[in-house]
Design a protein. Structure first.
Length: 124
């Protein structure tokens, strides 16, 4: 537990605290976001796509079962942040795993290393 809170991890904790602060600020401010449609909504309204019946997980940023429009918008914002974070972390973990796997395939193992202990860069 001591190593988790060591100076080595201070930058990570500061980044996590900053990210949490931004998330809280965005969730608190989300009900006062612009009521004007964004670019994608404008295009769908112009082309008539907006009038079609479409299934959306959080249509109009409202969560079923949450009383109050502002509370529902805040819960919707939190869900969006956590889903985005989970997808980003999953992509990062996959990239890291693939990188380690690729790097591991290119390194010499003790069984394939030269007997004299010289590596590929030691050759003259």
């Amino acid at each position: 537990m001591k190593t988790l809170f060591s100076k080595k991890h201070l930058a990570l904790w500061m980044l996590a605290a900053a990210a949490l602060t931004v998330v809280i600020a965005l969730v608190v401010a989300s009900p006062w976001a612009s009521k004007s449609p964004d670019s994608l909504e404008k295009v769908t309204e112009k082309t008539g796509v907006a009038n079609r019946s479409t299934a959306a997980p959080l249509k109009e940023y409202q969560v079923p079962g949450v009383a109050g429009k502002q509370a529902s918008t805040r819960v919707s914002a939190l869900l969006g942040v956590f889903i985005t974070l989970a997808v980003a972390l999953a992509i990062g973990a996959l990239a890291s795993w693939l990188g380690r796997r690729h790097r591991g395939a290119n390194t010499l193992t003790p069984a394939t290393a030269p007997a004299d202990g010289r590596g590929p860069s030691d050759e003259a």
